[in-house]
Design a protein around this ligand. Sequence first.
Ligand code: DAT
Ligand code: MG
Length: 149
Amino acid sequence: MERTYLMVKPDGVQRGLVGEIITRIEKKGFKISALKMLQISREMAEKHYGEHVGKPFFESLVGFITSGPVVAMVVEGKDVVKAAREMMGATDPLKAAPGTIRGTMGIDIGRNVIHGSDSKESAAREIALFFDEKELCDYKREIDRWIYE
Ligand code: DAT
Ligand code: MG
């Protein structure tokens, strides 16, 4: 089954939004394969956001993402990369559709609460950056037959 990398950013942790975000993922039916809290180093942040090196917001982005603990997770399910991006909403929370995580929980683009991989290739790269293979739990859920037909 497809996997994605999702991360509650430091603002989401500080604001106590971890539970609500995980609840949305669980309610949707997606399966959490790995979950941990960590504080990202500058080195990891530069790797994670490598595609944004040189952009005007890069320094503030790295400063922000390393400013406090994040909650990192691997989430599994049908078409989960795209579906999770839709659940998150647009990058700018003021432009994100109402009802999405960013649309419901944020205002500024630099405080947009959650990260999610933008493609299957990014997902594989980001999962490998934040998790060891042995941290991923491969387990069956009885409830899956009530989620998938
Ligand atoms: P996303 O997080 O939706 O994948 P992205 O990969 O384009 O968006 O950018 C990574 C993060 O960088 C984003 O979550 C917030 C920040 N960011 C993006 N564009 C920005 C901008 N124009 N000004 C300030 N911060 C920005
Ligand atoms: Mg991105």
